[in-house]
Design a protein. Structure first.
Length: 266
């Protein structure tokens, strides 16, 4: 059964465990140059045999979805909110690398708005881990954690953005085709409205990749990059990109409301 169909069926009511599965999903992938080029184009990277640091995430997406659509996963995959992502790259990866992928879930914990958990994806070459991805998801619902005070709104930056990008509605479909993530909130007006969005929204991992594409040529071969996903980017959109030192951000070009904040470390 295709993974996206299993994702849709995961909302059906059936008994679920209260803990994350402990086993690991594995697979080996080789890079398809045409697929790599399609991904590089939609995210704004230069065409090259060097893998963008975010690219192994999409190579592992099928395994991630396979894990999160299992009957022994504690939540339906539909309705989960991707709130943060951290990637660590230990060396530059290229299209010649054969990647051994492994995916598991860990650290189910309380959150003031529900429960959070991490999905860990690693890529190894010749048995050595060369890349690691931690995606944090929030399942909204009752929580034993106190909600506390709502965080203060981030102040608008004092200077104009370094770059302004127009993001067409087609970005949702184009990135879905490159990533395999065909969640209808990104590709369909009706699907977006079903989940409370007035228009389709951009994939969070597209927004992270687009920021890193803007910094291409400035980044070392080995580094870590962590982002928090904030307000969704409603498509079409005009967004402003800023980069200061090791920090970067995406904001709405008109209102300055935050979409993403990130940090790069060596």
């Amino acid at each position: 059964m295709p993974s996206m169909l299993r994702a849709a069926l995961s909302v059906l009511p059936f008994p679920r465990p209260s803990t994350l599965p402990e086993d690991t999903m594995t697979g080996t992938v080789t890079v398809d140059p045409e697929h790599l080029a399609r991904y590089q184009r939609v995210c704004g990277f230069r065409l090259s045999d060097r893998l963008p640091v975010t690219y192994p995430h999409v190579l592992g997406f099928g395994l991630q979805l396979d894990l999160m659509t299992r009957r022994d996963f504690p939540f339906p995959v539909v309705g989960g909110v991707h709130v943060a992502n951290r990637i660590e790259q230990h060396r530059q990866l290229t299209a010649d690398d054969v990647l051994e992928l492994a995916v598991h879930a860990q650290d189910l914990r309380d959150h003031p708005r529900g429960r959070q958990y991490d999905v860990i994806t690693t890529a190894s070459v010749g048995g050595e881990v060369v890349w690691r991805d931690v995606s944090t998801y929030l399942r909204k619902g009752p929580s034993v954690e106190p909600k506390g005070e709502r965080p203060a709104r981030e102040p608008a930056p004092a200077t104009p953005p370094h770059a302004t990008w127009r993001v067409p509605t087609s970005t949702g479909t184009a990135y879905a085709d490159a990533s395999g993530d065909h969640n209808p909130i990104h590709t369909s007006w009706a699907g977006a409205r079903l989940f409370g969005f007035p228009r389709p929204i951009a994939h969070g991992m597209w927004s992270k990749a687009r920021c890193l594409a803007a910094l291409e040529g400035r980044l070392p071969a080995a580094y870590a990059v962590e982002v928090s996903f904030k307000l969704p980017i409603l498509l079409p959109a005009t967004i402003g990109f800023t980069f200061t030192g090791r920090d970067f951000a995406l904001r709405d070009a008109r209102t300055a409301k935050p979409h993403l904040s990130g940090t790069i470390t060596s």
